[in-house]
Design a protein around this ligand. Structure first.
Ligand code: DER
Length: 232
């Protein structure tokens, strides 16, 4: 499809522009990153690169192992050279909504440990303001026993509603790789995302938000016409 081709364009551009020999690479989660891992594995083989990969989820770990890439972790490599990951939406300031795939917590940790954090996305994620394209809200990972009071606090303080994410292939709620629940906060209007991110994180029981503020250095968008747009 056009979106899949666009994901591939963005992924290849990012891997080709940001991955060099002897590097530690953070591998994101979701569907776009699959193209990046394909490209990374091709380059490692063709160019005999010495690369180690740090995953951001069980999914990313499987991708690394299935492609014969060298798996590492933050114990061995607490500082990464580059982290590459997808996003659900990217606004004009490079503020991201992430977590559509439920992996936001380890993704934000790994992105925060990288010297460079680069986003790869198809044209559907290219937005002017959060909420214009992505309608599923901001994912928030929470400690399960607290999801009701946290949901009420968010709705009361910031408006909208924060709904427990229910699983499709399992009875009951989605359980993250960290054994937590996810609330999807359907916000009603634009916010000061830096302030809101901090305020939500301070609510007891909130583990992490899917708001990545001031973290991404660059975003690559694969476009419908086969071009790649870069936002710095
Ligand atoms: O869940 C996540 O954070 C993913 O990285 C998501 O933001 C992007 O997933 P996609 O590449 O499948 O759109």
């Amino acid at each position: 499809s056009m979106a899949e081709e666009a994901k591939k364009l963005a992924a290849y551009a990012a891997v080709d522009n940001h991955v060099q020999n002897n590097q530690v690479v953070g591998v994101g989660s979701g569907s776009t990153i699959v193209y990046a891992v394909d490209r990374l594995a091709d380059r490692v083989r063709q160019e005999k690169l010495n690369i180690v990969c740090v995953p951001t989820s069980f999914q990313a770990r499987q991708l690394i192992l299935q492609h014969g890439l060298t798996l590492s972790d933050l114990d061995r490599h607490p500082e990464l050279d580059v982290a590459i990951d997808g996003a659900d939406e990217v606004d004009a300031d490079l503020t991201l909504i992430k977590g559509g795939g439920g992996c936001l917590t380890q993704e934000k940790i790994v992105a925060g440990c990288a010297k460079h954090f680069v986003v790869i996305a198809d044209f559907r994620k290219d937005s002017k303001a959060l909420g214009q394209q992505w309608k599923k809200g901001v994912p928030i990972e929470v400690i399960p026993m607290a999801y009701v009071p946290i949901s009420r606090t968010i709705a009361r303080r910031f408006g909208g509603e924060a709904n427990l994410r229910m699983a499709v292939s399992k009875a009951g709620p989605v359980v993250t790789d960290n054994s937590n629940f996810i609330l999807d906060w359907k916000f009603e209007h634009a916010q000061n995302w830096k302030e809101v991110n901090t305020a939500i994180k301070m609510i007891p029981g909130v583990v992490e938000t899917g708001l990545f503020v001031g973290m991404a250095e660059r975003a690559y968008f694969g476009m419908e016409d086969g071009s790649v747009q870069v936002r710095d």
